[in-house]
Design a protein around this ligand. Structure first.
Ligand SMILES: [Zn+2]
Length: 335
């Protein structure tokens, strides 16, 4: 990810007067201006200066309508993001007018910068908050509590999301597979017991990113709604009527290990494991997602290939075919 440096162009130059160890909270904001308005960080700064008389801006990082990311201030500079909470906050803002206005590219960039700051500041995913969770004077960033919980789960936290027990599965669903097409950018997912309506989603899947996604159907609570197990959100419900382009086929699509296939075992002591595009690059910063072996008591995959020493191709449920680095130093084993 390329961060555009506008630290010399941003509004004001607040003092560098706080230790990074004092930063406990990564605050996620939106601009509350719809992308179609075409606003920029420069527009916002002019407004803050002329209407509020601010001596500095609100956000350390800003993601524009095209998902480009800008750095406005150093982390040791305090900015005006959340009422009187700023001394312990670092602020990220996305140019969007509502939850539905975020693009998947913006969410990718937001995920990247949250992970970057968690790592840099040594903070857990639970340190990532919506503006309204820090000071409830605003709807900013447009996410609900459930969406924020799903977001934190995605960012690798302890998972404050609670997936409620599913209704009994319909036996008709047994052995069926749901296919989400590669041309779908995002796909809403819901709690297993609903409601299954827009605005109540707990997160999004991204079929396009992975060349389509395939899930074993675990149940069908109502027509065209299926229960599936996702890696990032646990068991969820998904609407997949015929008009959506999704397909349901008979039979399990789970890869079957042949006797000659070697398997990669990721130990349950690891809570986060980078995966990469099949054609690389296989280096930190280029990961397309994370596996969570700890969540599943360890994970085992058939090895489908090995383009380089210690790099393996595996078929993942949520990310499709992916590459993974698993040198001996990582604790992974091959059997
Ligand atoms: Zn805000």
């Amino acid at each position: 990810m390329n961060i555009i440096d506008r630290r010399n162009a941003s509004l004001g130059n607040p003092p560098h007067n706080r230790p990074l160890s004092g930063i406990t909270t990564i605050v996620n904001h939106y601009s509350a201006v719809y992308r179609k308005s075409g606003a920029s960080i420069e527009n916002h700064e002019k407004y803050w200066e002329s209407h509020h008389g601010w001596d500095r801006g609100g956000y350390h990082f800003y993601i524009d309508k095209d998902a480009k990311i800008y750095q406005n201030y150093d982390l040791d500079q305090m900015t005006w993001g959340v009422a009187n909470c700023n001394h312990y906050c670092v602020h990220i803002c996305v140019e969007a007018g509502s939850y539905d206005d975020y693009t998947s590219e913006q969410l990718d960039t937001l995920e990247w910068i949250n992970r970057y700051l968690m790592k840099k500041l040594n903070l857990p995913a639970s340190a990532v908050k919506a503006h309204w969770e820090v000071n409830n004077n605003s709807r900013c960033n447009g996410f609900t509590k459930e969406q924020m919980n799903a977001w934190r789960t995605r960012l690798g936290g302890k998972g404050t999301v609670t997936v409620t027990p599913s209704r009994p599965s319909s036996s008709k669903s047994a052995g069926k597979t749901l296919h989400l097409p590669a041309n779908a950018d995002t796909w809403r997912i819901y709690r297993t017991n609903g409601p299954y309506t827009v605005g109540n989603e707990v997160g999004f899947l991204r079929p396009a990113k992975f060349g389509g996604l395939t899930y074993e159907i675990k149940g069908t609570p109502v027509a065209n709604v299926y229960l599936i197990d996702t890696q990032d959100f646990g068991r969820v419900a998904i609407y997949a009527g015929a008009e959506t382009g999704a397909k349901v086929t008979k039979g399990s699509n789970q890869p079957v290990a042949s006797k000659n296939t070697k398997q990669l075992v990721l130990p349950k002591t690891a809570s986060s494991w980078r995966i990469y595009k099949v054609d690389g690059p296989y280096t930190i910063g280029n990961e397309v997602g994370y596996l969570n072996p700890a969540k599943f008591g360890g994970l085992t995959y058939d090895i489908l290939g090995s383009p380089l020493t210690d790099v393996y191709f595996i078929q993942t449920r949520d990310f499709g075919k992916a590459a993974i680095y698993a040198g001996k130093d990582t604790g992974a084993t091959i059997k």
